[in-house]
Design a protein around this ligand. Sequence first.
Ligand code: UDP
Ligand code: MG
Length: 341
Amino acid sequence: MTVTDHPHKQSAGQNPTLSVVIPVFNEREVLPIFLRRITEAVAPLKITFELLFVDDGSSDGSGQWLLDRTAVSRTMRVIRLSRNFGKEAALSAGMDRASGDAVVVLDADLQDPPELIPEMLAEWRRGIDVVLMQRRERLGESVMKRFSASLYYRLLNRLSDSPIPPDVGDFRLMSRKAVAALRGLPERNRYMKGLFSWVGMPTVVLHYDRDPRAAGRTKWGYPALARLAWEGITSFSTKPLKLATLLGLSAAVCGAAYGAWIVFKALVLGDPVAGYPSLIAIITLLGGAQLCTIGIVGEYVGKIYIEAKQRPIYLIYDDSKDTAANRSQEDLDEPARVGIR
Ligand code: UDP
Ligand code: MG
């Protein structure tokens, strides 16, 4: 395909550019290997690219290590957030500042093989806006984690209004158009998988084997995963509220039926009413159901509260591109986003 009939010509112009957004939180150990592999994967491509690292408040020197390298690498750019905001916020920061016509999102721990980027780019060149990477295998993950993940995706899709494909993480390519659409979503609850799927657009799914972590350890313990899971459900569905209503309704119907039975027993069968244990059982059951449903309502009220505050999703502490621009006039002439030598 020649440049002239390029489907993304409108936005890409003569010289399409690629941004790779990499959230980094305490990945000092893997960064050298990562940098080598990503450069080897992307440099041979005939495309101008930037490696946009978002340091999500690392405390192990990852940010400084990366920053030191921006001095010698024109393709690297480092945004440091003011503290740890979480991966979802780091991704938002990266996507807000990425300038490429195509944007690839990739984990720093090499679980998402950078070698697949050429394949993703090929799809984008065909005019696809979103290239999703679906995991075939979850190597190096426990049986328990695999099982809970599959269960979760099934539940999420039952409840969510826009379909979220299973085993698709944040590893994906997006066109400028898709990124712009994503940036237009103002909510503070950044459940990325859901936001991505809400955007829609022409999409293809590629399959890949997810590697085990190259080094370091996962930042997601079970409590964090559970929180993310719950966030996913409540950010993209009001069905729990409907379930709460349903629960209340069925409790009321059961209560009415049981009440009728008691009256019938007392009047017709002449049964003297004792029933202390059943009374207690019913009171606690109803009390529990009420607290539970109030809790669900509370979750949504809490979300409204967070949204109403209108706080930014992340705070950028510094951006190597701005620093480079301030450094000297030559740097102004040579923006940080210049391609391969
Ligand atoms: N990450 C981040 N902020 C966080 C936690 C993680 O930017 O608060 C980054 C992390 O550096 C990695 C990616 O998000 O590049 C995925 O994290 P991790 O490997 O811990 O998650 P998993 O692959 O186990 O889902
Ligand atoms: Mg990982």
